[in-house]
Design a protein around this ligand. Structure first.
Ligand SMILES: Cc1ncc(COP(=O)(O)O)c(C=O)c1O
Length: 416
C-alpha cells in the first residue's frame, strides 16, 4: 500500500510543481494547509486536525456548501447513464437545463449557450453582442472583474494591463457614474457589461437609478446590456438574480461558479430571444467541448431545483439579517477599525479603516477557524461569502471569530 503523504510534503510538492509564490503567500496569510475532508460549510486540513468555516466559497462555487448530498446523488445517478456528451450533438440534458433557466428568468431571456468557466461565458456574451450589433465597442467598470480569458480580461480592470496588448475596443468608467457611462457610449458601442454587484471591488452597491438608467440608455442606443451574475446570481443576494432588486432585465445574463453545484464545472450566458439571430448564418459560430457537458447539466439542474425554492431564498435573507445584526454590534464595539459594510443577503463586504486591515483580518480569522479573503481591488474590504446553507449557530461562530480577529488587528495597528 502506498503511504499517504503528509500535509507538509504536499505543500512542498505544490511549491515545487505548481506555485512556490502561492505557497509563500498562503504561509503569510495562515492558509498553509491542504484541504482534505470537506462537508457543508466546513473544510478540514489534510491531517484532519483543524477545520474552518468557508466564508470564501471560491466566490460562490460552494453556494450549497461542500459536497452537497443532493448533488452528489444526482452526479452518481448521472454517471450511471451519461458522460460529458458531445458538444456538437443535441443534448437532452442541455435542453432541459436551458429550458429551466428560461423559466426562472424574467422577460424574454430564452436561449442559453453554455461554457465551462465564467470567463468563457463572458467571452461568448461579448462575442454575441458584437455579432448581433455589428459594432465592436465595450464599456465596463473601473475595478470590474470578469475573468482571465481573452475578451473577459480586456473588460477586467488592472490584471489585463499587465500583459497587453489586449483586445481593442474596451473602455472603463467608474461604477455608478452614469454621466461617465453615457459619455463613453457611442455609435460603435456593442455592449455595456457590469458585474451586477462588483465582487472584487468589495461588493459595491450601485445607486438606485444606475441599472434602470443603463437599461434605458441601452434601449435608446441599440446597445446590449450584459450583467455578470457569476458571483451575485443564483440566490446569493436572497433573490434568485441580483438584478431583480433594480427591476431590470439584461439582454444577456452570465452565470458561472455556483452553476457547478460544487462538483462539475459549468457556466452559461442566457440571452433575449432576438439575439439568437447571431447563429442564423452559422449554427456552430461558438463552440466549447467542455461547455454544458451532460454531467454538468445534470448537477446544474439539481442545484437550480434547490436554490429556486422560496424557503431557500428566505433562509438566505434571514441569515443575512442575522449577520447584519451582529455587524452592528461589532461596529459599536470596534468603531476605530470597522467602518461599515456592503451587503445584500449573504454577499458581504466589511469595510475597515485602511488597506492593511484586509490581509491581516484574513490571517486573524484563519487562526480562529474562518476562511475569508480581502477584496483584490480594495484591500480595506473583507469579503464574506459563506455557503447559502449556513445555519444560525454557524453565523454566530463566524461573528465570534470576527470579534476576536478585529480586536487583534485593531491592537496590532493601534486602531482602538
Ligand atoms: C464576477 C466574475 N465574473 C467572471 C469571473 C470568471 O470566472 P472563471 O474564474 O470561472 O473564469 C469571476 C471569477 O472570479 C467573477 O468573479
Amino acid at each position: 500500500m502506498t503511504r499517504r503523504p503528509s500535509q507538509e510534503e504536499l505543500l512542498d510538492d505544490f511549491a515545487a510543481h505548481v506555485s512556490p509564490q502561492k505557497v509563500a503567500g498562503y504561509r503569510l496569510i495562515g492558509w498553509d494547509f491542504i484541504p482534505g475532508r470537506r462537508e457543508g460549510v466546513r473544510v478540514w486540513d489534510w491531517e484532519d486536525k483543524r477545520s474552518w468555516i468557508d466564508c470564501r466559497t471560491a466566490g460562490g462555487v460552494f453556494n450549497l456548501g461542500h459536497r452537497p448530498p443532493a448533488i452528489i446523488e444526482a452526479l452518481k445517478r448521472g454517471l450511471e447513464e451519461a458522460d460529458m456528451g458531445d458538444h456538437m450533438l443535441a443534448s437532452g440534458y442541455r435542453a432541459r437545463l436551458a429550458k429551466r433557466l428560461a423559466e426562472l428568468t424574467p422577460g424574454d431571456l430564452q436561449y442559453t449557450t453554455f461554457g465551462a468557466s465564467g470567463g468563457e461565458a463572458i467571452d461568448f456574451a461579448i462575442k454575441l453582442a458584437r455579432g448581433y450589433t455589428g459594432r465592436s465597442g465595450v464599456v465596463s467598470a473601473v475595478k470590474g472583474y470578469h475573468g482571465h480569458t481573452g475578451l473577459a480580461l480586456a473588460a477586467t480592470d488592472e490584471y489585463g494591463e499587465r500583459w497587453g496588448p489586449l483586445a481593442p475596443g474596451f473602455r472603463r468608467v467608474p461604477f455608478g457614474d452614469f454621466a461617465a457611462l453615457s459619455a463613453a457610449v457611442d455609435d460603435n458601442t456593442a455592449a455595456v457589461i457590469m458585474e451586477t454587484i462588483p465582487a472584487t471591488a468589495g461588493f459595491t452597491i450601485p445607486p438606485d437609478d444606475w441599472y434602470p438608467r443603463i437599461r434605458k440608455l441601452c434601449d435608446e442606443r441599440g446597445v446590449i446590456m450584459i450583467l455578470d451574475e457569476v458571483q451575485a446570481g443564483l440566490g446569493r443576494t436572497g433573490r434568485l438574480w441580483a438584478y431583480e432588486e433594480w427591476g431590470v432585465v439584461p439582454d444577456i445574463m452570465v452565470l458561472g461558479k455556483g452553476m457547478s453545484a460544487a462538483t462539475y464545472p459549468l457556466s452559461s450566458a442566457t440571452y433575449r430571444r432576438p439575439l439568437q439571430s447571431f447563429f442564423d448564418a452559422d449554427a456552430f459560430a461558438h463552440l466549447s467541448s467542455a461547455g454544458g457537458s451532460d454531467l454538468a447539466c445534470i448537477t446544474g439542474l439539481a442545484m437550480l431545483d434547490i436554490i429556486s425554492r422560496p424557503p431557500f431564498l428566505q433562509h438566505v435573507r434571514e441569515m443575512g439579517d442575522r449577520f447584519a445584526a451582529g455587524f452592528a454590534g461589532l461596529r459599536e464595539k470596534h468603531p476605530a477599525i470597522l467602518k461599515g459594510w456592503n451587503q445584500r443577503g449573504l454577499m458581504i463586504g466589511l469595510i475597515f479603516a485602511n488597506a492593511d486591515c484586509g490581509p491581516r483580518l484574513s490571517r486573524a480569522l484563519a487562526k480562529r477557524g474562518v476562511i475569508a479573503v480581502f477584496s483584490g481591488f480594495n484591500r480595506h474590504i473583507l469579503q464574506l461569502m459563506p455557503p447559502l446553507i449556513i445555519q444560525p449557530e454557524e453565523v454566530d461562530e463566524v461573528l465570534d471569530a470576527l470579534d476576536g480577529a478585529i480586536a487583534e488587528v485593531g491592537q496590532d495597528l493601534s486602531l482602538t
